[in-house]
Design a protein around this ligand. Structure first.
Ligand SMILES: [Zn+2]
Ligand SMILES: [Zn+2]
Length: 186
């Protein structure tokens, strides 16, 4: 039986492979292969997700609590807040929806105007958290604030002032841990 531990491993695509035969997530020359310790056949990501949900595991990380967006790089799963549980995933989904309701573009714009001209994502998120009196870990404030800052950036109100911390796979995946933005107006 086992614990239904599902593993996803990057496998190199053989140079002579027929591209049509490669299913699942592909990144560069690698693709993901899914396996459960109970031996259930998991042909692709959809099958792996259904199997995970049947056993109360997060459908994003399949219960592993971490995600591997690209070969050789792991981070805590953002869907279930790094717990691997389906229950947490559902609670966190509701929390994401709530964060979208309460953290508006206008609120974030107002907050950035009260910050130094150059400010970090964490400064803006802390300010929003304080303003709404949300305890840390209750709402996904950081991800929501980041999305809205990216919108302000697109609208030309702020510009990104920091270089990425990591470039993975050339420039396919760019990582910013705590990016800095600079205000252009107001
Ligand atoms: Zn299983
Ligand atoms: Zn997860």
């Amino acid at each position: 039986m086992g614990e239904h531990t599902i593993t996803a491993e990057w496998h190199e695509i053989p140079a002579d492979a027929d591209p049509a035969s490669v299913t699942g997530s592909v990144s560069g020359g690698a693709y993901l292969v899914y396996r459960c310790d109970c031996g259930a056949p998991l042909d692709d990501r959809t099958a792996a997700q259904l199997h995970a949900m049947e056993h109360d595991k997060c459908s994003a990380c399949l219960g592993s609590a971490s995600e591997q967006p690209t070969p050789g790089f792991r981070r805590p799963c953002t869907a279930c807040a790094g717990t691997g549980s389906r229950g947490h995933e559902l609670v966190w989904q509701a929390a994401h929806a709530e964060a979208e309701q309460v953290i508006t573009l206008g609120l974030v714009r107002r907050v950035t105007r009260g910050l130094p001209e150059t400010f970090s994502l964490s400064q803006a998120a802390d300010e929003v958290r304080a303003l709404l009196a949300v305890p840390a870990g209750r709402l996904p404030v950081g991800p929501r604030v980041r999305d809205l800052l990216l919108r302000l950036e697109k609208d030309g109100e702020i510009i990104l002032a920091s270089a990425p911390d990591e470039l993975l796979h050339g420039t396919d995946v760019v990582l910013y841990r705590d990016p800095l933005w600079r205000r252009l107006s107001g």
